[in-house]
Ligand binder design. Structure first.
Ligand SMILES: [Fe+2]
Length: 362
């Protein structure tokens, strides 16, 4: 009886159980885990029932043979493993490709450690195997499915952007250029994950989609707009939200689009949101939107130029526009960032791809 355990308060007295070598051996043989023991010469000395099921080789076919019988073209990998366990290294859950007796490929995960005799001398290696073929196939199918889903999202976004393009080339070009600049700003800001950046790109490409509901003549009308006309144009973020809210993007695209004209001091529209209540993605797109719009020519006014656009965001930094987004935008142009000026050359490419190309010119 374990006297130390007996002394420990709050612990029940346990009967001493001795596990016989026979019991242990029977348990190991019947274990659902594949278990192999290999001696110092790399010869298989133990091979349980589970390994038979995993590999197709029976115990009597492999005992006394090298592990190459399992690994075949990966014999070297097993030999390396054997040598390292002899140096007392312990391996857990290492993936490896192998082949079954019928030469069909399988994927295994193994854990391995040295085996000691009673004199504490290393006498071999014990390897525990899991067949992870099905798990890996499922993961691969899931990856393919996610890639396909990602392509469907991109194609949907492009199709929606093309709907704007077919009606109003200026707005379409504006959206794509804003997407490129917004991606570059997000990259320059740092601290924004890859997934969130993709959300910025997607929302930026669609941010003015609500203008589909604004009469074409009104969008391109030169001169002063009446209050009612302005109110109609100002509905476009909310209209864009209405168009996109039913699409389950992996990012809050509809809300970003809805908020791209909100300003930090609460004087934006449609909801007059203030500061942090505006999504970070919407704050980035808000800066890119103003810079692109002011620096570009429109049918109803000439371009004000990039310098005027940068002065505008700098002057309203922290009041209207997110200071980090403004700083990142100013830093980009200071380093020589250039927006591509020909919509036809980039409208089917990812904004990230173009953003990278523009940065490479710095
Ligand atoms: Fe807008």
């Amino acid at each position: 009886m374990n006297t130390e355990l007996q002394k420990e308060p709050g612990r029940a007295l346990l009967p001493d159980i001795k596990i016989s070598d026979e019991s242990l051996s029977a348990f190991v043989k019947a274990s659902p885990l594949g278990i192999i023991a290999v001696d110092l010469d790399g010869i298989i000395r133990f091979w349980n029932k589970a390994v038979e099921e995993i590999t197709g080789w029976t115990e009597d076919q492999v005992l006394g043979r090298s592990t190459e019988v399992l690994a075949q073209d990966q014999g070297e990998a097993y030999e390396r493993l054997r040598r390292r366990t002899l140096q007392k290294e312990i391996f857990t859950s290492v993936p490896i490709r192998a082949v079954k007796k019928d030469r069909s490929p399988i994927q295994l995960s193994y854990s391995a450690a040295a085996v000691y005799d009673e004199a504490k001398r290393i006498v071999g290696t014990v390897i525990i195997l899991f067949d992870i073929t099905v798990k890996m196939e499922l993961e691969s199918a899931l990856r393919l499915s996610l890639n396909k889903m990602s392509r469907v999202v991109d194609e949907t976004v492009n199709a929606l952007a093309s709907a704007v393009e077919s009606r109003d080339l200026y707005t379409a070009s504006h959206q794509r250029r804003v997407a490129i600049l917004a991606c570059a700003i997000a990259e320059e800001m740092g601290g924004i994950g890859k997934d969130q950046k993709k959300g910025v790109e997607t929302a930026a490409i669609l941010h003015d989609i609500g203008k589909l509901h604004v009469p074409f003549d009104l969008l391109n009308m030169p001169g002063h707009l009446e209050d009612m006309e302005l109110a109609l144009i100002k509905k476009h973020p909310q209209t864009g939200y209405g168009i996109l809210k039913g699409i389950e993007f992996p990012w809050p695209v509809a809300c970003i689009v809805q908020q791209h004209h909100e300003r930090l001091d609460g004087n934006g529209y449609p909801a007059g949101l203030k500061g942090d209540r505006i999504l970070p993605e919407a704050r980035i797109i808000g800066v890119a939107d103003v810079v692109e719009a002011m620096s570009s020519h429109r049918p109803y006014r000439p371009a004000k130029g990039i310098d005027a656009a940068l002065q505008e965001i700098d002057a309203a930094r922290g009041r209207l526009y997110d200071p980090k987004a403004v700083d990142a935008c100013l830093a980009l142009f200071k380093k020589g960032f250039v927006l591509p000026d020909d919509n036809r050359n980039f409208h089917h490419q990812s904004a990230w791809h173009i953003c990278g190309a523009s940065k490479n010119k710095l």
